[in-house]
Design a protein. Structure first.
Length: 90
């Protein structure tokens, strides 16, 4: 149990470093997509390890899945907002 928490924490820190490092890469319009992808992976790790959705009862899966769906929905709205604004470089 403690080992899985430690591994999850290290992976989250590595993903944080990747997210910070991606700020210095010239990704252009893919920059938000890369960072949203990293954030989704981090959220999945938090769901699986720290919220313990891997274990019964199955109602945890329903609520965690609904929360993850809304997270992806809000990320999608953020990307659409970013891509449709005038005045930003393409």
């Amino acid at each position: 149990m403690l080992l899985s928490y430690l591994i999850a924490w290290i992976v989250l820190l590595l993903l944080l470093a990747v997210s910070i490092g991606s700020a210095y890469l010239p990704l252009g319009s893919f920059h938000p997509l890369v960072n949203f992808g990293i954030a989704a992976i981090q959220a999945a790790i938090v769901f699986a390890v720290f919220m313990r959705v891997r274990h019964p009862p199955a109602i945890k899966w329903i609520f965690a899945g609904a929360g993850f769906f809304w997270l992806l929905f809000l990320f999608g709205l953020g990307v659409v907002d970013y891509l449709t604004r005038a005045g930003f470089p393409g």
